[in-house]
Design a protein. Structure first.
Length: 405
């Protein structure tokens, strides 16, 4: 029998869907006492022929690699068999495959409680540097550290350890993506995290406490992420806002309103839309969370309209100027003038009258410094309008000032 016949036998080929690391091959062919390979059709293949000592026999490229792989598989077969028995639950896990003494769960315990050395690296260490290092290491361990950190809150440990454990938990949750956060609601994943973090199965009492604390923190974290972010919230301080107590207009609101008109600002909105859509579509998102998502989607659609972007750039400056004019007109005079003049420059023709009324309402038409700057950029007609309004107001009897201009 030629080697080509042996090689064409499908029974001796390794499975293409398994890796060599797994060494999943079919049983190697039996060998005779003289070392030849027995062919399943009844013949034999001499080893020398298989190694192509007979140059007349046809030879397939890679045949020697195939024989080497079969040899390795035969040697590895006992180990593979043990692994399969362990997976099937019919054999105890070999000691070499078990978690060693320096497991993550033991390291987590030491970082929280220490080893009796008050200057060691743990949350309650006397050394500030070691306390900081322990907190950083626990944060870096991620969700694996959550079970022991959460359980430590009720173990009557010192205040410093509790405070740092709380910070580590907060940072771990902050580092999770939205989808990772929602995945913690999966019972199977949570069970694996708890068992792995503790290094053992939790007791019923521990499991109940951990589930309660995890549920509460996941819900709070998701809702905090669904609170309108600062860069979007500052866009909602104008007449269309829905706040019971409108936020104080800030310089940040002006900067963010300008950013929304840039490609970077539009990318921020696109990323937020993608985030909200993914959260809304998840089957682990609650109905209350979906309501928050729906509200933000409406806000985003309003903010991203070209008209709203243009209005926000004007309004943010006027609101900030009016706030400063009411609270610190002397110390903030230059800032007030700058914001109002910039709002006038950005205005559209149909809004010019409303901006003139804002200038009149703040009394800036009586400020010679402001009017000098205003006259340099405004049409003569607008300057004349401002002066006429003031003249008319001065001619009216006291108590009849028209505040509705």
């Amino acid at each position: 029998m030629s080697f080509s016949n042996f090689r064409s036998n499908e029974d001796f080929r390794p499975r293409t869907d398994d890796t060599l690391n797994a060494a999943v091959f079919l049983e190697p062919p039996p060998r005779l006492n003289n070392g030849d390979v027995a062919d399943r059709s009844g013949g034999t293949v001499n080893n020398a022929q298989a190694l192509r000592s007979d140059t007349s026999a046809p030879f397939l490229p890679g045949a020697d690699q195939l024989l080497a792989a079969l040899k390795d598989a035969a040697q590895d077969a006992p180990r593979i068999n043990v692994v399969r028995q362990v997976e099937a639950g019919t054999r105890e896990t070999p000691a070499s495959d078990r978690i060693n003494a320096a497991s993550p769960s033991q390291r987590i315990h030491d970082l929280i409680h220490g080893l009796g050395d008050v200057t060691g690296v743990y949350l309650g260490s006397e050394s500030y540097r070691n306390r900081e290092q322990a907190q950083r290491e626990l944060t870096a361990l991620g969700t694996a550290a959550l079970p022991q950190l959460l359980l430590s809150f009720s173990n009557n440990i010192d205040l410093e350890t509790t405070r740092r454990a709380e910070r580590a938990v907060r940072d771990i949750f902050s580092n999770l993506s939205d989808m990772q956060l929602l995945d913690l609601r999966d019972a199977n994943l949570r069970s694996r995290i708890v068992s792995g973090g503790l290094g053992r199965r939790p007791t019923d009492a521990e499991n109940e406490r951990l589930n309660s604390m995890l549920d509460e923190r996941i819900t709070n974290s998701v809702q905090n992420r669904l609170i309108t972010p600062e860069w979007l919230r500052v866009q909602q301080i104008y007449p269309t806002n829905k706040f019971d107590i409108p936020p104080i207009p800030t310089e940040e609101s002006v900067r963010q309103s300008d950013r929304m008109a840039t490609p970077e600002g539009r990318r921020d909105v696109a990323q937020r839309l993608s985030q909200l859509t993914a959260l809304f579509s998840s089957d682990r998102t609650t109905n209350a969370e979906r309501e928050l998502i729906t509200r933000q989607l409406r806000e985003l659609s309003q903010v991203m309209s070209p008209e709203q972007i243009a209005n926000n750039r004007i309004n943010s400056r006027l609101y900030r100027a009016e706030f400063l004019q009411s609270n610190d007109p002397v110390g903030s005079e230059n800032t007030i003038h700058r914001h109002v003049l910039e709002a006038y420059r950005l205005n559209q023709a149909e809004r010019r009258g409303s901006i003139l009324k804002s200038i009149y309402g703040m009394g800036l038409d009586t400020n010679e410094n402001f009017m000098r700057q205003f006259s340099m950029q405004a049409p003569a007609a607008d300057v004349a309008t401002m002066r006429q309004w003031r003249q008319d107001a001065n001619m009216r009897p006291l108590g009849n000032k028209d505040n509705g201009r």
